[in-house]
Ligand binder design. Sequence first.
Ligand code: G1P
Length: 299
Amino acid sequence: MKEAIAMKPVRIAVLPVAGFGTRVLPATKTIPKEMLPVVDQPALQYVVDEAVEAGIEHFVFVTGRQKSAIEDYFDSAYELEDSLQRKGKSDILNAMKAKQPREGSMSFVRQQAAKGLGHAVWCARDIVGNEPFAVLLPDVLVQAKQSCLSQMMDVYHKVGGNVIAVDAVAVDQVSNYGVIKPKAGSDYKNQKLIEMDGMVEKPAFADAPSNLKITGRYILQPELMGLLKDQEAGAGGEIQLTDAMARLMADQTFHALAYDGQDYDCGSKIGYLEAVVAFAMSHPEIGAEAQALLKRMAK
Ligand code: G1P
């Protein structure tokens, strides 16, 4: 019997940002991949904005060596602010300050060894404590009218438990992702909210239980941390978040949400380019110009 869980609000988000960004080297040799610009802000800012729209109040960044630019980015920049003020560039200054997080609303913990996503999330356990929490993988940007995590929160407020975002992918892509197993007999291809029977990390094409990939947005209950503590290495020799979630399913409910929106994998060259183009085309200031430019270039 799965436990009915008292529905506590989700205030904390964990963002694992320790990865090397090997797929976009050498760009990421000295710049954290999360700080690569997408039009006029770092990729990471889009993810933080998504979470803020969903009501997240505290961010835990799981960082590693060479990632201090992230911490500096979210701090105030006194000399820069003073210089903008003196030059009368108050619109730029205000836009920048509007993005500055509340003091004390961000924590930074280190993942000391690259043991996998599950291990990275576990590194945030002391700060997460006994509360449900969100996980957002910053490689993935989601463009949506209502932010992806905010759509998931709406679902969470109805069904509680654990909620993960999923997306249909081409069947030959399934072994690059975590893939969910929808409830037997369910009409999951036509449903937004999907009941689940299981999930598996990077299955072989022949063993994939569906073509629904786990997108990189999660609402999880704190009991997961206890399972991550002794989670054995899985796919790729890494401690996988998916494997611990699959174990938690024995006790708690999981729902998958086929959200409205488009995801971009900024960890790959082409996904990053796609994100830059998509966000440029819908940018309030340069959107129309960017669209005209792309039309010209496509000729
Ligand atoms: C991670 C997760 C995987 C998920 C993917 C989304 O994999 O382990 O379940 O589908 O992110 O991008 P990674 O891309 O780190 O190999």
